[in-house]
Design a protein around this ligand. Structure first.
Ligand code: GDP
Ligand code: IMO
Ligand code: MG
Length: 429
């Protein structure tokens, strides 16, 4: 298999982890490159359900190397929780799971800051996951962050935390006017245990990845969130705090762009969003509720109900442009089974003008009127089909129309259920 970047093409939760797990069989090294424990990546394997927030979703395949790259904001307590769960289920991690020493740590005070900031914004809040993502990336940009590699030298780490702690306390108490419910001693006690458990995983991961490519090993980059949560290109300010698009795989892992062969955009066959912000094709009626129920559309990190709506090809074309997507992986087609009709947004009306271009001004997005094409639905379940030829003709037509509206981009797979086997390869590598 070529070296592949997996990206979410919408607002996250497209089914990236399922596709990463599926493609891991043909890869050697799986790399998370941005985001943090805000990600909730679900893999169903042999009837066991795993939700990964920090550990790469390729970990269930024995002998594959999994890496948390430098671009991630790393939550060590969450990471160790996941390694414990994996070990309890018999998954061996020895010498195949590594964390970049250059990744920035998410510390408990980042979570306090995140929640306090949201509380202060009240009605205008972003609707973050509360995992401390924004404050951790802010410290990184402000050059006051503490990195995973700093754990190697305990005295040095203690000095850095002591230095940051008083500033954070003052900031939270004076700016947000809430009690700073954290004790330095408690934090350091917790981290002295974390440190000893983390040491075997800490690594110079960009060198490890480079050596792997020299040996002909195949790389699979696992994106988190989705294109329209990108801090530059998303629906700012209702975005996350990292670049989520494919270009971020290079900076977030230390791999040059010439190493990348393919970019696979993971696309739900409808649209969901969790958290606040504009959503042109949102269904605020019973149908939206029905899709949420059938699709199990509740956040894998926070349990919040996901907002649901029709497929938006205006967004998708923009996602293809921004990521350089070479193949699409279409997911959750089964969720649409049984609907009398399905709609695809082909254009937007913006201030009375019809356009097929996604506006770069996010304030316009809140007021666009979607223009839909309506297609007949299908009754036969797609979940039991093992090839696209077995799909009802209406489902095939839906996919063909969707593809045509997405620059006729090749379709790698169609996913018709959460299980590994419910994956139909259409145009493989
Ligand atoms: P990610 O964040 O992009 O990895 O996606 P999530 O794990 O947050 O959400 C996707 C959800 O849909 C998970 O519960 C998956 O198990 C499930 N899923 C993935 N693909 C399919 C599919 O084709 N059909 C159905 N019904 N569920 C799917
Ligand atoms: P995966 O990888 C869906 C959303 C939050 C909020 C915004 C900012 O599972 O697709 P943050 O905590 O990052 O500061 O929140 O981004 N968000 C996600 N939505 N899937 C995710 O990850 C998300 N990670 C963050 O809901 O709107
Ligand atoms: Mg998710």
């Amino acid at each position: 298999m070529p070296n592949v970047i997996i990206v979410g093409a919408q607002w996250g939760d497209e089914g990236k982890a399922k596709v990463v797990d599926f493609l891991t069989e043909k890869s050697d090294v799986i790399i998370r490159f941005q985001g943090g424990a805000n990600a909730g990546h679900t893999v169903i394997h042999n009837d066991a359900k795993f939700v990964f927030h920090m550990v790469p979703s390729g970990i269930l395949y024995p002998n594959k190397i999994c890496i948390v790259g430098n671009g991630v904001v790393f939550d060590p307590a969450q990471f160790l929780l996941e390694t414990d769960e994996l070990a309890a289920k018999g998954v061996k991690l020895d010498n195949r799971l590594f964390v970049s020493d250059q990744a920035h740590l998410v510390l408990p005070y980042h979570k306090i800051q995140d929640k306090a900031s949201e509380a202060k914004m009240a009605a205008g809040k972003i609707g973050t996951t509360g995992r401390g993502i924004g404050p951790a990336y802010a410290d990184k940009a402000y050059r006051t962050g503490i990195r995973v590699g700093d754990l190697r030298n305990w005295e040095h780490f203690v000095q850095l935390v002591e230095h940051a702690f008083d500033d954070k306390k003052e900031f939270v108490e004076k700016v947000y006017c809430i009690p700073f419910d954290l004790k330095l001693d408690t934090l350091l006690e917790e981290f002295s245990v974390i440190r000893s458990r983390m040491l075997p995983y800490i690594d110079d991961t960009s060198t490890r990845i480079f050596k792997a490519t020299k040996e002909g090993k195949k790389l699979l980059f696992e994106g988190a969130q989705g294109t329209f949560l990108d801090i530059d290109h998303g629906t700012y300010p209702f975005v996350t705090s990292s670049n989520t698009i494919a270009g971020s795989a290079c900076t977030g892992s230390g791999v040059g762009p010439t190493a990348i062969d393919e970019v696979v955009g993971i696309v739900k066959t409808y649209t969901t969003r969790v958290g606040n912000g504009p959503f042109p094709t949102e269904l605020l009626d019973d149908l939206g509720e029905k899709i949420r129920t059938i699709g199990g559309e509740f956040g894998a990190t926070t349990g919040r109900p996901r907002r649901c709506g029709w497929f938006d090809s205006v967004m998708l074309r923009k996602a293809i442009e921004l990521n350089g997507i070479t193949r699409l992986a279409l997911t959750k087609l089964d969720v649409l089974d049984g609907l009398p009709e399905v709609k695809i947004c082909t254009h937007y009306m913006i201030n009375g003008i019809k356009t097929d271009i996604f506006p770069s001004d996010p304030s316009l997005l809140a007021h666009v009127i979607p223009v839909y094409e309506t297609l007949p639905g299908w009754n036969k379940p797609t979940a039991t089909c093992s090839s696209i030829d077995e799909f009802p003709i209406q489902a095939r037509n839906y996919i063909e129309r969707l593809k045509a509206l997405c620059y006729s981009t090749k379709i790698l797979i169609v996913s018709t259920g959460p299980q590994r086997l419910q994956t139909i390869e259409v145009d493989g590598f």
